[in-house]
Design a binder for this molecule. Structure first.
Ligand code: AGP
Length: 615
């Protein structure tokens, strides 16, 4: 949820840290700070707010430092403040660290360190690590670690329990940065200008497209001359180097006013890339799952586990898997799944959906499911992420890096991937013929062009957004797979515009939510062509009868609906099973438009972070 960046080399560190932090800002953005080696000491600067505030504060500092670390924070322990912003330093101020993750035993360690005279300046869990390193470095733990930052770091992480990505610098060791991780990503790259470390590839790929992904328990020792890697026992290792083939322009807005709009417009490409190469010899192929059709045929229960938007993709998957493959499917938020005792057997398939691939609750649920003997498939956007590595098989969504906190293109990639999985399960069970599979695949591929059509004229969405922007609350309703689309539409609206929104299966209206409706209350209805279209029209009429303002997402050519709704947003005709792929797009645009009209920060909404690596 936070971001780490570090550089050591021949060039000024300050602009490199700022540039890296800006690229990482989407992960957390309530405060930021740097520690730079300078004049034989460390210079620490922290600011509350966006990285731009830190950049401004650093403008009066010269460029003499060539080694340092930086951090952008999303508060867990301790409110956003300069005191709680990273880097944190030791009592003497000669050791500084940045940390992502949670130190679970920090309270005991803090007490222990206080009793030995350490003085704490923050409320964070992280600060204990700086003091533990200090004790080891200055010889209070014996001579073994004395004067050696790497050994002192090893000693410190031996004391802590939790998740961490850590980078540390020391005033007495110019040009050196030491790094380690457990359950929190760290990547390193060595380029022409020196050595880089970050918690996310996006902060290092300008330096080099070849990056090393640190594994749990490994350490990296960075100097301007190179990076050395060590395993948990201290043996030198050569980590595999991953070549990053996506372009740095994912980190640029490319002419769009915000990343969210850019990412919405990338969705036709996401559909095409996610489908590419999946139909071979007339049947579906997803080799990365590592299970044969015969093995898939043995699956008798599916759980989809995920959080937030990814959970909504799971709701859509349930409809498709049960409709085509006839396998009972439950969708559960990961934070619930992990704490109850779900019925999982070796013939259960658990599908873990996570854009970031690092969501703590989803990871914990994966681990739990595997212990219980289930097969786990991950659906993620991030190659080599913990979800990918801890699953038996994985489907990558090919959305490429998503910067806006509100998921759009990743969601679409998830829905397309889950649609393929549902088709594959049906193929393995003999519930769909190869002819049917080919037809579905071809119609699925057509949705890319249909999204382009939706994006080519957004006038109706903008008009509807203007009509709804001042509302205090909105209701999203739909039936069947349309209700799943509504959950996602409502989440998008509330997370970026702070307008309260709720989603209901439309048949539930009369059982409570209808009480909310009065003159001008916005009701957004997914009313595309489906077997329950007539029922949805009845729900629209019920809403209109209470004075509600109805915005309908409807199928092109549907003249009838214009008689009932105040605003109609037409989308191309697709089969009901694929309507989530097309109908989600106007809802994304609707949410964004309202957020813009309300003056909200579309890409970095308050209180949220892109990846939720804590419980
Ligand atoms: C989506 O707009 C949200 N930012 C959020 O609900 C997100 O989908 C959720 O935190 C799950 O993240 P994941 O897909 O990375 O696991």
């Amino acid at each position: 949820m936070c971001g780490i960046v570090g550089y050591t080399g021949a060039n000024p560190v300050k602009p490199r840290l700022i540039e890296g932090l800006k690229r990482l800002e989407y992960r957390g953005y309530d405060s930021a700070g740097v520690a730079m080696q300078q004049d034989g000491g460390l210079t620490l600067v922290h600011r509350v707010g966006k990285v731009a505030e830190l950049e401004e504060a650093l403008s009066s500092f010269d460029d003499s430092s060539t080694c340092g670390i930086g951090h952008t924070r999303w508060a867990t322990h301790g409110a956003p403040s300069e005191a709680n912003a990273h880097p944190h330093s030791s009592c003497q101020g000669d050791i500084a660290i940045v940390h992502n993750g949670i130190i679970e035993n920090f309270a005991e360690l803090r007490e222990e360190l206080l009793s030995r005279g350490h003085v704490f300046t923050s409320q964070t869990d992280t600060e204990v690590v700086a003091h533990l390193i200090e004790e080891a470095y200055d010889g209070r733990e014996g001579d073994a670690c004395k004067g050696d930052l790497m050994k002192a770091l090893r000693h410190a992480v031996g004391r802590i329990v939790g998740a961490y990505g850590i980078a540390a610098v020391c005033a007495q060791e110019p040009g050196r940065i030491v790094v380690t991780r457990k359950d929190s990503p760290i990547v390193l790259a060595y380029g022409e200008e020196g050595a880089y470390v970050a918690s996310d590839i996006i902060a290092v790929i300008e330096a080099s497209r070849d990056v090393a992904v640190l594994e749990d328990g490994q350490f990296a020792d960075m100097t301007p001359e190179g990076i050395s890697y060590f395993d948990a026992a201290g043996n030198a290792i050569e980590p595999p180097i991953m070549h990053v083939d996506w372009d740095i322009d994912v980190a640029e807005k490319g002419g769009y006013p915000d990343f969210m709009l850019k990412e919405i417009h990338e969705q036709p490409r996401v559909v095409r890339d996610t489908l590419a190469g999946r139909l071979s010899g007339g049947s579906l192929v997803i080799d990365e799952l590592g299970l044969s059709l015969e093995e898939l045929n043995l699956i008798d229960r599916v759980y989809v586990i995920a959080c937030g938007t990814s959970y909504h993709a799971g709701l859509i998957a349930k409809h498709l898997i049960e409709m085509w493959a006839r396998i009972p499917t439950e969708v559960e938020v990961a934070s619930e799944f992990r704490y109850r005792n779900p019925i999982v057997t070796p013939s259960t398939l658990v599908v873990a959906v996570s854009q970031s691939g690092e969501t703590a609750d989803t990871l914990a649920a994966i681990r739990d499911a595997r212990i219980k003997g289930a097969k786990v498939f991950g659906i993620t956007n991030v190659v080599g992420s913990p979800v990918a590595r801890e699953s038996d098989g994985v489907i990558y969504t090919k959305a490429n890096k998503e910067i806006a906190v509100a998921s759009t293109k990743s969601f679409l990639g998830q829905v397309v991937s889950l649609t393929l999985l549902a088709m594959l399960l049906a193929q393995s069970k003999g519930k769909l013929t190869l002819g049917q599979i080919r037809l579905l695949y071809s119609e699925l591929a057509d949705t890319a062009e249909q999204i382009e059509e939706i994006l080519s004229d957004t006038t109706a969405v903008e008009e509807a957004a203007r009509a709804c922007k001042d509302a205090a609350s909105a209701l999203f309703i739909g039936r069947g797979v349309g209700s799943a689309i509504c959950y996602e539409g409502a989440l998008k609206l509330k997370e970026i515009s702070y307008l309260h929104a709720e989603a209901y299966a439309a048949g539930e209206m009369k059982h409570g939510p209808i009480a909310l409706l009065d003159e001008g209350f916005p009701v957004i209805v997914v009313a595309t062509q489906s077997p329950v279209y007539d029922k949805v029209i009845s729900n629209i009429q019920e809403s209109k009868a209470r004075g509600a303002m109805v915005v309908a997402i409807a199928t092109e050519g549907d003249q009838e609906i214009a008689k009932h709704a105040d605003h109609v947003i037409y989308i191309p005709k697709v089969r009901d099973a694929f309507s989530p792929i097309t109908a989600s797009v106007p809802l994304q645009l609707f949410a964004r438009e309202i957020a813009v009209l309300r003056g909200c920060d579309v890409d970095q909404p308050r209180n949220l972070a892109k990846s939720v690596t804590v419980e």
